[in-house]
Design a protein. Structure first.
Length: 416
């Protein structure tokens, strides 16, 4: 009998690293196979929010009508490429069908379980000496320019309170003193202390180093081409660098999961949701809190070592081009809220693809009729936040242990 369980993880994003973390801790021998380099996908330039209070799913009442209205006004952060893509169309229709109160309440409860589960796991991870990522636990400020939107958040906050995740209302008069980087024509803000933030690219670099020291094997520039199966198991992966065998396989290829799964004839409803960010040096008047700019659906994240504007959502397939118009929306959005929206110099303009499911819940499950093949994708706008919870669940599944939270909502059978 082999001394150690051998596990291959396909995809070196934050989900892949989190799975590796718990598996190595449990004594497994782990190899990550990555088509580019570790942390090059969506896990690199995202906004870095550990958004534990974000229980309300994207598909909630009013989302569709609000986005149609904003599209007509030209102010929507959403862009849907007008091409005939049947899968995308079905995805969008299913998303729209989920935008009702009942579904929202159900998904919020299910999201809460995994968000809450991820908190203490993050606490332990971020306390490790060699994980350096400009991490802070000060909360996130949701800022409103429009008085009606600000007042309406009272209802959202009442809902969050039922999960013990309510925020503190900061009225216009107090806001100037509280966050002087904001312009003086804001309606108000809500501070949610449940949320944390960190610099995702720093996390990926130090986490990789930490795991490498503990024995993680990394194959980079190694595209997985197909899987070798025998009976009800996967026995190996064929890559551009040759074949690799293992006892268990984890698919953590984020937005690329449907492409990777094509050969196994598994059709998962994951759409690439393109987002952008611009990373700069801190501006002279830098916000001290990460700010979610409500009317612009974008985020401004300050770290000790930098500053990032991020957001937008584009459904345009696997297109990784940097569109200057979308980038400029981030600058104009920040300009509407901040005294000094831009820092100099600009360090990086970035885009990547979020793995979006139409019910805004991740997919964490065994592939049907493949006992040793686990899929962990579809984390949408919250992949960083849900990474530790996902990694721990996957590790328990690999070792045949029942996960500590109910994972039925994240199962593949919900799409049938
Ligand atoms: C602008 C923006 C802002 C965001 N802000 C936040 C935030 O504040 N908080 C938060 O929680 N989340 C945020 N997100 C979402 C988060 O970034 C993603 O949900 C998360 O990074 C997904 O992680 P992942 O590991 O599944 O995917 P990825 O990081 O994309 O990793 C998947 C990896 O698989 C590799 N791969 C694909 N195909 C193959 C193959 N055939 N062979 C080998 N390797 C392959 C890819 O190269 C990639 O490296 C944001 C996303 C964007 C775009």
């Amino acid at each position: 009998m082999k001394a150690k369980k051998e596990v291959i993880i396909i995809g070196g994003g934050v989900i892949g690293l989190a799975c590796a973390h718990y598996l190595i801790d449990k004594g497994a021998s782990v190899r990550i196979i990555e088509k580019d380099t570790i942390g090059d996908g969506a896990s690199h330039g995202n906004c870095g929010l550990l958004y534990f209070s974000d229980v309300i799913p994207l598909c909630s009442p009013g989302t569709v009508s609000q986005e149609i209205a904003r599209t007509l006004k030209g102010t929507s952060p959403l862009y849907i490429k007008p091409t005939l893509d049947i899968k995308r169309l079905i995805w969008l229709l299913k998303f729209a069908s989920k935008c009702n109160t009942g579904q929202m309440a159900k998904a919020a409860k299910e999201k809460y379980e995994i968000l809450n589960y991820s908190i203490s796991l993050f606490d332990t991870l971020l306390a490790l000496k060699d994980i350096n990522c400009d991490f802070e636990k000060k909360g996130i400020l949701s800022v409103f320019k429009d008085k009606k939107n600000f007042e309406n958040h009272e209802t959202t906050n009442a809902f969050l309170k039922t999960y013990n995740l309510g925020g503190r209302r900061i009225d216009k008069e107090e806001l100037q003193e509280f966050e002087p980087a904001l312009k003086n024509d804001m309606a108000g803000a809500w501070l949610n202390k449940a949320d944390w933030h960190l610099k995702p690219d720093m996390l990926m670099t130090s986490w990789r180093k930490h795991l490498s020291q503990k024995g993680l094997i990394i194959e980079e520039h190694c595209n997985v081409l197909e899987f070798e199966t025998k009976g009800d198991a996967v026995v190996g992966v064929n890559t551009i660098k040759g074949n690799f065998a293992a006892d268990a396989f984890i698919l953590a290829t984020g937005a690329w999961a449907p492409k990777t799964l094509r050969q196994l004839k598994l059709d998962l409803p994951v759409q690439p949701g393109k987002g952008y960010s611009i990373t700069m040096e801190r501006p002279g008047i830098c916000p001290s809190y990460p700010c979610s700019l409500y009317e612009k659906s974008m985020v401004v994240t300050p770290w000790r070592s930098g500053y990032r504007l991020g957001g937008t959502m584009e459904f345009s397939g696997y297109d990784n081009n940097l569109n200057p118009k979308r980038l400029s929306k981030l600058i104009s959005g920040a300009t509407a809220f901040l005294r000094e929206p831009v820092g100099h110099p600009v360090i990086e303009e970035w885009t990547s693809l979020r793995p979006m499911t139409y019910d805004d819940l991740p997919i964490i499950d065994r592939a049907p009729s493949l006992e040793n093949f686990i899929i962990a994708t579809g984390h949408g706008m919250l992949g960083l936040t849900l990474a530790t919870g996902t990694g721990k669940i996957v590790c328990d599944m690999v070792f045949g242990k029942t996960p500590e939270i109910n994972i039925t909502p994240f199962g593949i059978s919900r799409f049938r």
